[in-house]
Design a protein around this ligand. Structure first.
Ligand SMILES: [Zn+2]
Length: 229
């Protein structure tokens, strides 16, 4: 999207409501810079079953990936980023907060905001991923005008959402599915997660949501298509 007034990073939250019945699912591939030891100890920050399910159901999706995730799972990052079904946006390198407070996330160090974005794109591209789009999702969705101004020269579009799936730390897939089905309107952008660690029931919820939304006449699109209107 074109920059906002004063060179501010533009923010996209949903597609036009009058458009055809389209909906975009987005999945945040979260991994925080200090979670390496937990991954080494066997915790799973990836969710290959979810990606396989999206492929099986032929659901296009946008994955917002942290640089740290791409480094931990380079094969998966490349596989996602070379499959035309998917596109990869930037979810920062470290998944630290860009403004405080933000859900208890550690904060990016002073002056480190642009480097977070650049380093993440570098780590993602380093895996061989090619379908990388100039979109950025703030960790925790936390931002303010100052952050948008500082990020302006990076020429990304910040992508938020209008439907919160509630899949983070959820244990009941039905409740997540219900929240999505209640929230989706034409042009909606849904935020979910691609990490078993913090979102263990997401694949089950998606398996319920997709056939139901299709039954209601919705078509799934990537964020780029939603943005193109
Ligand atoms: Zn996140």
């Amino acid at each position: 999207m074109a920059p906002g007034p004063g060179g501010l990073t533009p923010v996209f939250k949903r597609g036009p409501q009058h458009a055809a019945k389209v909906v975009a699912l987005s999945f945040d591939a979260d991994m925080t810079a200090d979670e390496g030891p937990r991954a080494a100890a066997g915790e799973h920050f990836d969710n290959p079953e979810l990606i396989a399910l999206l492929r099986r159901l032929k659901v296009p999706a946008t994955v917002f990936m942290t640089g740290r995730w791409a480094e931990e799972y380079p094969d998966q990052a490349r596989s996602i980023g070379t499959d035309p079904l998917f596109e990869i946006g930037n979810h920062s390198y470290s998944h630290y907060a860009f403004t405080t407070p933000c859900y208890g996330l550690p904060t990016v160090e002073e002056g480190g905001v642009r480097e977070e974005v650049r380093r993440a794109f570098g780590a993602i591209r380093e895996t061989g991923a090619r379908n990388v789009v100039p979109y950025f999702r703030f960790p925790g969705g936390c931002y303010d005008d100052d952050t948008l101004r500082v990020l302006g020269p990076e020429k990304v579009t910040a992508v938020q959402w209008d439907v919160v799936s509630g899949d983070a730390f959820a244990t009941d897939a039905d409740a997540v599915a219900e929240q999505v089905l209640d929230g989706v309107r034409s042009g909606s952008l849904v935020v979910m997660h691609c990490t078993r660690s913090a979102a263990p029931v997401t694949a089950d919820a998606v398996a319920r949501v997709v056939p139901e939304l299709r039954k209601r006449g919705y078509r799934f699109v990537k964020v780029s298509e939603l943005m193109a209107g």
